[in-house]
Design a protein around this ligand. Structure first.
Ligand code: GLV
Length: 306
């Protein structure tokens, strides 16, 4: 039984890496898949329900990215193995550290002073008193939290049900969300897009941010109830800066203020790129588990939405 790899741009790279990892498998590249009835596993970032319907014996999808909302559309119910790649998580931690430290240590103000010919030390908050809040503390969020904790920052973590890693102060559930936001000088959103996280950050909640804080979004744009609320909080509320690697829609509409607002930095969904080499290894490990009759991991849990 065959495995199909379906990949937008990098199908040759994916095929080569996957072949190297599992030389004994019958690996085929979409759309040249031969007899569709022979396809048992699909390795893909996304596929429509119509495309999936062409594979009558499909057992499981192995996702090429961390997010899984694209597999939770109506008409798609195939089991999905998520990609939890520590290399991607580390890359995202680097992104978060770079933007938060740049804000906290006022590197932009120093650069402005330099251009004015000024040699000026500027006061800035010290890491030991600076509280970094991570919204969503799974594989990626906890990697980000550890990166900040290693640098001496105080880490707050918000999850639905609470966690107990001791390098962070934990907040659980909607009851503690405003307290979490009000105790974090930087807020980094890592939450996946689910029914429970869509619109979580309403205007009322954004108003609880700490004065002068920075919001970094590497999760999904849907966490904001409305982008206009964020703009309002930057103009007239407590938030000083926002760095958005994800937006809703993505990219933002042509006339969106996100493009030009002086306190907003947009990056094109690059905080953690799937590295084909490391991802192919994790996917091949899961294929080996499936072949051995074992459970691959982590599985998408449709009841919680990730
Ligand atoms: C990117 O956002 C991914 O989910 O891999």
């Amino acid at each position: 039984m065959a495995i199909v790899v379906k990949s937008g741009g990098r199908v040759e790279e994916w095929t080569a890496e996957l072949r190297a990892q599992m030389p004994h498998e019958d690996l085929r590249a979409w759309p040249d898949i031969g007899n569709p009835a022979e396809v048992e596993y699909l390795i893909a970032w996304r596929a429509s329900s119509e495309e999936l319907a062409t594979l009558p014996n499909l057992q499981v999808v192995l996702c090429q990215g961390a997010g899984t909302e694209q597999w939770q559309k109506p008409g798609i119910d195939v089991p999905v193995v998520r990609l939890a790649d520590p290399e991607m998580a580390s890359e995202m931690a680097g992104y978060a550290v770079a933007w938060v430290v740049r804000h906290q240590r006022r590197f932009d103000d120093l650069a402005t002073a330099q251009r004015r010919g000024e040699w000026t030390m500027l006061d800035h908050a010290q890491p030991y008193g600076y509280r970094v809040g991570v919204l969503g503390y799974g594989e990626i969020g906890s990697r980000i939290g550890r990166a900040f904790a290693d640098l001496g920052y105080a880490v707050n973590a918000w999850t639905r049900s609470g966690r107990d890693e001791d390098d962070a102060r934990h907040y659980a559930g909607l009851d503690q969300l405003d307290d979490f936001l009000g105790a974090s000088d930087a807020v980094i959103n890592v939450l996946p897009s689910t029914a429970a996280t869509t619109g979580l950050l309403t205007a009322e909640r954004l108003a609880h941010f700490v004065s002068g804080s920075i919001f970094v979004n590497v999760g999904r744009g849907t966490v904001l109830a409305a982008e206009a609320d964020l703009v309002e909080m930057l103009d007239n509320g407590p938030i000083a800066a926002a760095v958005l690697d994800v937006t809703e829609p993505e990219p933002p509409m042509e006339d969106s203020p996100l493009w030009t607002h002086p306190a907003i930095t947009l990056t094109p969904h690059i905080s953690g790129m799937t590295q084909v080499r490391s991802a192919a290894k994790l996917i091949a490990n899961n294929v080996a588990r499936l072949r051995a009759g074992e459970q691959p991991f982590p599985m998408l849990d449709r009841s919680r939405g990730y």
